[in-house]
Design a protein around this ligand. Structure first.
Ligand SMILES: *Cc1c(COP(=O)(O)O)cnc(C)c1O
Length: 355
């Protein structure tokens, strides 16, 4: 039986994408070859790479606006360093809203001065700081749009003259934003776009070339742009599966269509967390709640085993909270059907009846 996968990442992908990807492993484009054995320089794969890059820009409304899309190696974690390497000359501003922001700050500090404009670290990141100011003389401002671990999400982004750099690993393509406000967006594929092994980077080209340090080729965005994201062998299969997912999203009606479903999923789950006397949400301010990752706790720890067995019987998988937070975390990425969230809500209601 196919499980209802609420895992935070690597995560659920659309079932038709799994189907097509599995076919391509055996026989890609009727070439009589597997996608796993073809040259990344072959016409068929170059087309995959181009399609994936174009679809990413198209979904974000960034075509012909001076942006380039890249599929790189090293995960979002390498982008913590790479953004600083390419953009940080003197000083950069960072908003610290979670473990991932904290790691990004640590990497940037290797290369320059970091101003932490605000932080919720002392509260284990259970809220989004607001009303901070960004110094006018920074090279860029970095934030994380969705805190995958604690389940908070930025609902708005600050106005600043500095280039806006954002880690959107866990909510890219999930909601409409004015993406042209951002100068650089990066996202590990494995949260909302594809399997692990590739990272999408969207860069406004005019922010590059402003630092004085020498940049090694593999860390140099300009080099990757020049080589059309093929400086070295790209992650052929993850890029292919990402392309399939972006195509799936387009066929569905794009971000605006999926956002409606995402809103509905988050609404019914949070309604139940708030209504059900046996559960508590983790996030302090309701307006900071993430629509991708909902965190909650059982008020009476002695009831945990009985909830866990109900979850298991229902075929629900991957809802244990991150080890640094505990409790439960239901991740509801684009590919998660509304029906799976409805099922989880049913189980929570049943649990209340039988507790
Ligand atoms: C998962 C995650 C990362 C780390 O991604 P890797 O690809 O494993 O390096 C970074 N930022 C956010 C917001 C994440 O959710």
């Amino acid at each position: 039986m196919k499980k209802h996968n609420f895992s935070a990442g690597p995560c659920i992908l659309p079932q038709p994408v799994f189907q097509k990807a599995s076919e391509a492993v055996l026989n890609f484009n009727d070439l009589g070859l597997s996608i796993l054995e073809i040259s990344h320089r072959s016409k068929d794969f170059v087309e995959v790479m181009e399609t994936a890059r174009n679809l990413a820009l198209e979904h974000l409304g960034l075509q012909e606006k001076g942006y380039k899309a890249l599929f790189l190696h090293g995960g979002a974690s390498l982008q913590f360093l790479m953004t600083a390497y390419n953009l940080l000359e003197n000083k950069a501003a960072y908003l610290n809203t979670g473990t991932w922001s904290d790691k990004a700050i640590k990497e940037a500090k290797v290369l320059g001065e970091v101003v932490e404009v605000a932080s919720s670290k002392n509260e284990n990141f259970n809220f989004i700081p607001k009303n901070y100011s960004i110094p006018s003389d920074v090279d860029y401002f970095h934030c994380t749009s969705n805190n995958t671990i604690f389940g908070t999400q930025l609902q708005s982004f600050p106005e600043t003259n500095a280039p806006l750099v954002c880690d959107m690993s866990s909510d890219i393509f999930s909601r409409q934003l004015d993406f042209s406000k951002f100068s650089l967006i990066y996202a590990g594929a494995q949260k909302n776009m594809g399997p692990s092994g590739t990272t999408l980077v969207i860069i406004k080209e005019d922010i590059l070339g402003k630092v004085s340090r020498a940049i090694p080729s593999m860390l140099n965005y300009k080099m990757h742009i020049e080589k059309d994201s093929m400086f070295n062998t790209p992650a052929v299969f993850p890029v292919y599966v990402s392309m399939l997912t972006l195509q799936w999203l387009k066929d569905l009606g794009g971000i605006s269509a999926i956002e409606k479903v995402n809103n509905q999923k988050a609404k019914i789950l949070y309604q139940e967390i708030d209504r059900n006397p046996l559960f508590d949400g983790f996030v302090v301010n309701k307006e900071d709640r993430s629509k991708m990752n909902a965190t909650f706790n059982i008020k009476k720890p002695e009831l945990k085993d009985s909830f866990d067995s109900l979850i298991q019987e229902a075929g629900i998988s991957g809802i244990n909270g991150h080890r640094s937070v505990g409790g439960y975390r239901a991740s509801m990425y684009n590919a998660m059907p509304l029906e799976s969230v409805e099922l989880l809500v049913e189980v929570m209601k049943d649990f209340e009846k039988h507790a």
